[in-house]
Design a protein around this ligand. Structure first.
Ligand SMILES: N[C@@H](CCC(=O)N[C@@H](CS)C(=O)NCC(=O)O)C(=O)O
Length: 204
């Protein structure tokens, strides 16, 4: 399997993390977004949106980090990560959509502004982040995991940009249940981190 990847991308990290948790080997192909490689004709032929990550598993090409998590869980029959019953799958989908929408337009966009100087509206991203963190805090005060009583791909999907909040100059101090959840994820066997991810320290 080849992962079209960039080390500093939280969406790519999401996939690297899950592949490591599953202990599945893969080859990284770096796509230098800063040099515009994600918009080259070669890359657009495998990902017409011109975004990273993309997973190539033989002839099977999957883009979007949430879609890749679903594919990997199914391919490797990792049922505990993506249980088959209808209600659990729907609850997981709720959080996969939250990762793509609220986490993308909240902490991910805020991080793009602070880390890479992106011309996005930081205050708007900040407001969306606060709403996401309040949603997570309320949910996690009564639960260890986002869905059910064990870690699933829902946790992996939402984790990166919340864990990278420090890069976006957003404190997780008011969110103790969120911090406890982040730390629960970091203690999973075969967990790997990425630059900027320091969930245990995000108390100030
Ligand atoms: N929903 C997509 C979002 C992917 C995404 O926004 N990737 C960023 C890097 S983290 C990217 O490729 N940005 C360049 C662009 O959109 O032009 C996913 O989860 O994979």
């Amino acid at each position: 399997m080849k992962l079209y990847d960039l080390e500093l991308s939280g969406n790519c990290y999401k996939v690297r993390l899950f592949l490591n948790l599953l202990q599945q080997p893969f080859e990284k192909v770096t796509v230098n977004v800063l040099k515009g490689e994600h918009k080259s004709p070669e890359y657009l032929s495998i990902n017409p949106k011109g975004q990273i990550p993309t997973l190539a598993d033989g002839e099977c090409i999957i883009s979007d980090s949430q879609a890749i998590l679903v594919y990997l869980a199914e391919k490797f029959e990792a049922e505990s990560w993506y249980p088959k019953d209808a209600q659990t799958r729907a609850e997981i989908q709720f959080w996969l959509s939250t990762a793509a929408n609220e986490a993308g337009r909240g902490p991910a966009d805020a991080r793009l502004v602070k880390l890479f100087g992106a011309g996005l509206d930081y205050n708007q991203a900040r407001q969306k982040t606060d709403a996401l963190l309040n949603l997570l805090e309320q949910h996690l005060q009564g639960h260890d995991w986002l869905v059910g009583d064990a870690i699933t791909i829902a946790d992996i999907a939402v984790f990166p940009y919340v864990g990278l909040a420090g890069d976006a100059e957003i404190s997780l101090e008011p969110y103790p249940a969120v911090r406890a959840w982040l730390n629960r994820i970091t203690t999973q066997p075969n967990f790997i981190g990425m630059p900027g991810l320091h969930p245990a320290e995000q108390t100030v």
